[in-house]
Design a protein around this ligand. Structure first.
Ligand code: FES
Ligand SMILES: [Fe+2]
Length: 351
């Protein structure tokens, strides 16, 4: 990305009370998008899956993380690891879907590896000089498991404990982990940051979500900022979910945890192109009897968000809009996210 293509004042750090939004170009420019994949998504923890995909010792599964095929394994001692799903021989795939067993066999020429990534057998290689399969390991990635959720990073992310700093206290009253029950996903015709920023404020609740707004308390809606995540919360009163507290946690750069009484929903915002993204909702709950109603109501709210996000994308691409102002009381979560993007950009242009 050529630094001269973005408006430099809008990319400098912004005080909340004076903040401008990010410039419109970063919501549709193809070279900016490629920069983000490498420097924002590629340098942070990404939700890769959940333990339901590795249901017993010696399970393995292939997943996509930031447009790369990643292999997750759970060995006989329940240690979870992540690897590039790439054979050390000529780059073939080890796993196409999921399975169970002590070894993985490459789909191309049959080299085998154990679940720690160690090459165990490489056929027809006797005449290869200075070749020792015991020196061959799959390319391992940083991996962490937290409340049954599996996180992977493709380069050097912040330490996992730092990334989550303070969240354990925040979530203490909630019965986590909960069992995985279902996935629903949506394609949205907007840049991934439009979707994230929409999530990061309750300002639009009365205008976009009349139904949800009746369950939450706009006046008691609060946003707290942490180093790598933000936390929105509100009391909730609902026949469907029960009465309690709704938590909306955004974990930079592209994941959310929505916790309502007795139910957890993770959202992963996957950039597909500069102007499209996919949002994957995984549901976790003990109370499966209300799952269909929960999904139907979430679907209604999601439809409202998709509609407004797609219109915002069109507005950002209208050529008329350059950047706007932020509400310090209602949009500090948006500001926090945009400041993290600005810091990533600053680190890039000053390195
Ligand atoms: S690429 Fe894996 S065995 Fe050849
Ligand atoms: Fe919304």
């Amino acid at each position: 990305m050529d630094p001269n293509r973005v408006n430099v004042p809008a990319m400098a750090p912004q005080a909340l009370e004076r903040a401008l939004t990010l410039p419109a170009i970063v919501y549709s420019d193809p070279s900016w998008f490629e920069w983000e994949l490498g420097h924002v998504l590629g340098r942070h923890w990404q939700l890769a899956g959940h333990m339901g995909q590795l249901p017993r010792p010696q399970s393995f599964a292939s997943v996509q993380v930031n447009r790369k095929s990643v292999l997750l394994t759970r060995d006989g001692h329940d240690q979870v690891r992540a690897f590039h799903n790439v054979c050390r021989h000529r780059g073939g795939p080890l796993v196409l879907e999921h399975g169970c067993g002590k070894t993985l066999q490459c789909k191309y020429h049959g080299w085998t590896y154990d679940l720690t990534g160690q090459c165990k057998k490489a056929g027809e290689m006797r005449e290869a000089e200075d070749f020792d399969p015991s020196q061959m390991k799959l390319f391992e990635l940083p991996c962490a498991v937290w409340h049954e959720l599996i996180f992977v990073a493709s380069s050097t992310p912040p330490p996992f404990e730092e990334w989550l700093g303070g969240m354990a206290d925040l979530l203490k009253p909630n019965p986590l982990p909960m069992p995985y029950v279902r996935t629903v996903s949506y394609e949205v015709a907007c840049n991934w940051k439009v979707y994230v920023e929409n999530y990061l404020e309750g300002y639009h609740l009365p205008f976009v979500h009349p139904g949800l707004n009746q369950l939450l308390s706009y006046n008691q809606y609060k946003t707290q900022l942490f180093r790598w995540y933000s936390h929105q919360s509100s009391p909730i009163q609902s026949d469907l979910y029960g009465d309690g507290q709704a938590h909306y946690i955004f974990m930079y750069p592209n994941m959310m945890l929505n916790i309502l009484p007795n139910r957890l929903q993770s959202n992963l915002v996957i950039p597909l192109s500069p102007t499209t993204c996919r949002v994957v909702f995984d549901y976790y709950t003990h109370q499966t009897s209300v799952l269909d109603r929960d999904i139907a109501f979430s679907d209604e709210v999601q439809g409202e968000d998709i509609h407004i996000c797609e219109r915002v994308q069109q507005g950002l691409m209208s050529g008329a809009y350059q950047a706007g102002r932020i509400s310090p009381s209602q949009e500090k979560g948006v500001w926090h996210f945009q400041e993290l993007i600005r810091a990533a950009w600053d680190a890039h242009v000053t390195s």
